[in-house]
Design a protein around this ligand. Structure first.
Ligand code: ARG
Length: 461
């Protein structure tokens, strides 16, 4: 059976149904580049250990180079008879190096340590791409914040008007969350930088191969200290899938707001034509599909994580074939984010904010009632009393169908002698915004400091 890596102890080949079930080349062949890099490093350790002569190493490396060229050009690909990427590449190597030389490479390694290492290499590379694209979204949020340094908007809790905030403050709240996701990708890499190569099937190698130089050649920091852990653990994949899901969830929260802001009723933003879609029947439609796909794909990313965790649950050590199911969820998470992130940064970066509408609505719905209460506190009134008095003012205004600043001096003094006409100094948006000037607050001065700090922290990314 050409392309099989086992067979000696079997008197018949696999049933078609098994071969089809077993085959993983349709998704794992994308690891070919990493498998070939692993083979080069493995050939060198075999040579260092005296298991390949000088000219054998040269011949092996030349054959691996040719194989890689053919894989990259598409001239070499998996065949029906190949079980997985490792089998396919061994067939390709034998075709190029000959059976005698090619057949020496597999000494001291197993597909179990190979696949565990290849997956980590793939994820580490893609984590960097994802981090870069995530940075693109953070930069788009920062650019919008910088373009609107003093634009107020209604700050909401429970989706109800709560207190006025700066649009820039709100946008940067999303940026901080994404910055933490970026840091998570970086922290994760420290745990992913451990190489399972050399763990063999589960117990290590009897051939005296030193896994540390192999690890270093493949970009890892160190080789695994436990070969069972090296071949059986997938927590590094699961953690990656969790970070990916968290990024999806954070993007979905931005997206939900964009969808809401773009409604006729809210009218805070207009989407750029390049980042919105039309309807096949309703000529007037302009739909926030990027945001909706981000919201939808966050569900998919959560599914990738939970699917992987369900595969891992209760798996005994060491390798089990169940682990072949580890790849599609993380591949899907990588592909989903790499596709999604540029679209989200484009959408965010091209939003037009209707700052007049936002500014007009910012103080409405009694959003300055807290300012009124805190003004009373500054006049010496206990907050418990101030809260009550401000609540009464809201009640009077609501019964008249007006806002707090529309109340007359008489109405104010009728509620409390403490409510002198001076209270009007806080009954406007900027009075409220400027007053929240301590660290993390929404005052323009505090937001400027926040932005500077955020940029410092983004620096070494
Ligand atoms: N294709 C397998 C995987 O993706 C690696 C091969 C290990 N197979 C085995 N029977 N030990 O995990």
């Amino acid at each position: 059976n050409e392309g099989a890596l086992w067979g000696g102890r079997f008197s018949s080949g696999p049933a078609d149904a098994l071969a089809e079930l077993s085959r993983s080349t349709q998704f794992d062949f994308r690891l070919a580049r990493y498998d070939i890099a692993g083979s080069r490093a493995h050939a060198r350790v075999l040579h260092r250990t005296g298991l390949l002569r000088d000219e054998e190493l040269t011949g092996m490396l030349a054959a691996l180079d040719r194989l890689e060229t053919d894989v990259l050009s598409g001239d070499f690909g998996p065949a029906e008879s190949d079980e997985d990427v490792h089998g396919a590449l061994e067939r390709g190597l034998l075709e190029r190096a000959g059976e005698e030389l090619g057949g020496r490479l597999r000494a001291g390694r197993s597909r179990n340590d190979q696949i565990a290492a290849m997956g980590r290499m793939f994820l580490r590379d893609h984590a960097r791409v994802i981090a870069e694209r995530l940075l693109g979204v953070v930069e788009a949020l920062i650019a919008q914040a910088e373009a609107h340094p003093r634009a107020p908007m209604p700050g909401r809790t429970h989706l109800q008007h709560a207190q006025p905030v700066l649009l820039s403050h709100h946008l940067l709240a999303h940026a901080w969350a994404l910055l933490r996701d970026l840091q998570r990708l970086q922290d994760w890499d420290a745990r992913a930088a451990v190489s399972p190569y050399g763990s063999g099937a589960l117990a290590g190698s009897s051939l005296g191969l030193d896994p540390q130089p192999v690890a270093e050649e493949l970009g890892f920091v160190e080789a695994a200290w436990n070969s069972i852990d090296g071949t059986a653990s997938r927590d590094v994949y699961a953690e990656f899938a969790w970070v990916a899901a968290m990024i999806g969830v954070d993007l979905s929260r931005i997206s939900e707001e964009v969808i809401f802001w773009a409604t006729k009723e809210v009218g805070f933003v207009t989407l750029d034509d390049a980042f919105s879609t039309g309807s096949s029947i309703m000529p007037q439609k302009k739909n926030p599909d990027v945001a909706e796909l981000a919201r939808g794909k966050s569900g998919r990313l959560i599914g990738d994580l939970t699917g992987l965790l369900a595969t891992l649950k209760a798996l005994p050590l060491a390798y089990n074939r169940d682990l072949q199911e580890d790849k599609e969820p993380v591949f899907d998470a990588v592909d989903t984010l790499e596709l999604l992130l540029p679209a989200v940064s484009g959408m965010v970066g091209t939003l037009t904010f209707h700052t007049e509408t936002m500014a007009q609505l910012a103080p409405e719905g009694f959003a300055l009632a807290t300012d009124l209460a805190e003004w009373l506190v500054r006049q010496g009134v206990p907050f418990r009393v101030a809260h009550e008095l401000s609540g009464e003012a809201v009640q009077v205004a609501e019964s008249r169908g007006v806002e707090l600043w529309d109340l007359t001096d008489q109405e104010f003094s009728g509620i409390s002698e403490h409510l002198t006409p001076q209270v009007r100094e806080v009954l406007h948006t900027f009075g409220s915004l400027e007053s929240r000037s301590s660290r993390g607050g929404t005052a323009p001065s505090a937001v400027a400091e926040q932005l500077a700090e955020l940029k410092v922290r983004l620096g070494p990314v």
